[in-house]
Design a protein around this ligand. Structure first.
Ligand SMILES: [Zn+2]
Length: 322
C-alpha cells in the first residue's frame, strides 16, 4: 500500500500531464504506532474501577465511541491519523492489540475487510439492521463490495451507529449502563441539532448538484435532497483519469453551471484542480468524507460534528445558498 500513484491526466489537446501523488507520505505512518496507545488498565482512578478497552476502526467510529464511552472507556483507533482508510490493512501488531480489547467497534457494510482477521472478544457492527444503498461506482464495488458504506455522513444514520455503540458498551460493562445511556442520549441530541442545522443551511440554495471527489455522499444526498457526482469514478484502478470522463465532467459542470470541484483532506488536491481549471471560474474546495483527519486537525481536537459543519459551510458555496 505504500505505493505512489501516478495520475495521467488527458488534456484534450493530446498533452498528458503526469502527477506523482505522494500517497506514500501518508502510508509511511501506517506501520508505526502513531495511534493513541492503549493505556494499561487504570486501577487507580477515583472509582477504583477498571476502564473498558475499546478499539474503533476509523475516525467517525472512534469519535462516536469516545462520546458514548466518556471517561469510563479507554478508546483507541485502528487506522492512524492522516491515513485514508479505504484500502488500509492492519499490521500483525495492530491486529494483536485490537484482539486484546474488550470491544471492537466498526462501520460494517463491507468497509473494514480486515475485521474477521482480528478475532475480537466482542464486536459491534454499527450498520447492523440498517437498510443500505448499493455501491454505484463499479470500481468501488469491485474494491468494497455490494454496499455503499458511507452511512456516517447522514446524521440520522449516525444516530443508529451511536445507539449500536451504546448497546455494546452496556453489554460489556453493565454497571455503567446509566452513564452510557445518558452520554448516548446527549450525543444523539447533538446529531439532531446537526440535522436541523444542515436542513436550514441548505434550505435556500440555487443548485442541487455537486461534484465530490469520491462517491461518499449518497446517504447524505438522499437525506438532504441533493445530487452527487464524483471525480473518482473517472479514474482507472491505476489512478489515471480517463480523458473522455474528464471531458464529460467538464461538460456536466458547464451544463449545470457548477464552479466548485470538491477535493478531500487525504487526497492530492491537484486532481480536482485539473478539472476545476477546465471549468469557467472553477475552484477547488474541501468536502470531507470524514474518513480520517489530517494531523493538524487531529492535534486541534476536531470532531465529527465540527467536520460536518465545515462540510456544510463549503457545500453552501458550491450550491450557491443564501
Ligand atoms: Zn469512502
Amino acid at each position: 500500500m505504500a505505493s505512489s500513484k501516478v495520475l495521467m491526466i488527458g488534456m484534450g489537446a493530446g498533452a498528458a500531464v503526469a502527477i506523482a501523488i505522494a500517497v506514500a507520505a501518508f502510508a509511511t505512518m501506517g506501520g508505526s504506532a502513531t495511534t493513541t496507545p492503549a493505556a494499561a488498565p487504570d486501577n487507580n482512578n477515583a472509582e477504583g474501577a477498571q476502564k473498558v478497552k475499546v478499539i474503533a476502526s476509523f475516525f467517525p467510529l472512534y469519535d462516536f465511541t469516545r462520546q458514548v464511552g466518556g471517561d469510563r472507556a479507554d478508546v483507541s483507533v485502528m487506522v492512524p491519523p492522516g491515513v485514508e482508510p479505504h484500502d488500509w490493512e492492519p499490521t500483525p501488531q495492530q491486529i494483536q492489540r485490537a484482539s486484546s480489547a474488550n470491544m471492537l467497534v466498526y462501520n460494517g457494510a463491507g468497509f473494514e475487510k480486515w475485521v474477521d482477521a482480528v478475532g475480537a472478544n466482542f464486536t459491534v457492527n454499527t450498520s447492523e439492521g440498517m437498510s443500505l444503498l448499493n455501491n454505484e461506482d463499479p470500481e468501488e464495488q469491485k474494491e468494497h463490495g455490494l454496499y455503499d458504506p458511507h452511512i456516517w455522513l447522514d446524521p440520522v444514520l449516525a444516530k443508529h451507529q451511536v445507539d449500536k455503540i451504546r448497546e455494546g458498551l452496556v453489554k460489556i460493562d453493565p454497571p455503567n449502563a446509566d452513564y452510557y445511556n445518558a452520554n448516548a442520549a446527549k450525543f444523539a441530541s447533538e446529531l439532531d441539532a446537526l440535522d436541523s442545522h444542515i436542513k436550514s443551511e441548505l434550505s435556500s440554495c440555487e443548485k442541487k448538484d455537486f461534484i465530490a471527489f469520491h462517491e461518499a455522499f449518497s446517504y447524505f444526498s438522499n437525506r438532504y435532497n441533493l445530487t452527487q457526482h464524483a471525480v473518482h469514478d473517472s479514474l482507472t484502478p491505476e489512478g489515471e483519469i480517463l480523458p473522455q470522463r474528464l471531458e464529460e465532467l467538464v461538460k456536466l459542470a458547464k451544463d449545470l453551471d457548477i464552479h466548485v470541484v470538491y477535493s478531500e483532506e487525504l487526497v492530492d488536491p491537484r486532481l480536482a484542480q485539473v478539472i476545476a481549471s477546465e471549468i469557467p471560474n472553477g475552484r477547488v474546495l474541501t468536502l470531507s468524507p470524514i474518513e480520517g483527519l489530517d494531523e493538524q486537525e487531529q492535534a486541534a481536537g476536531l470532531g465529527y460534528l465540527d467536520k460536518m459543519r465545515e462540510d456544510v459551510a463549503n457545500l453552501k458555496v458550491g450550491l450557491v445558498c443564501s
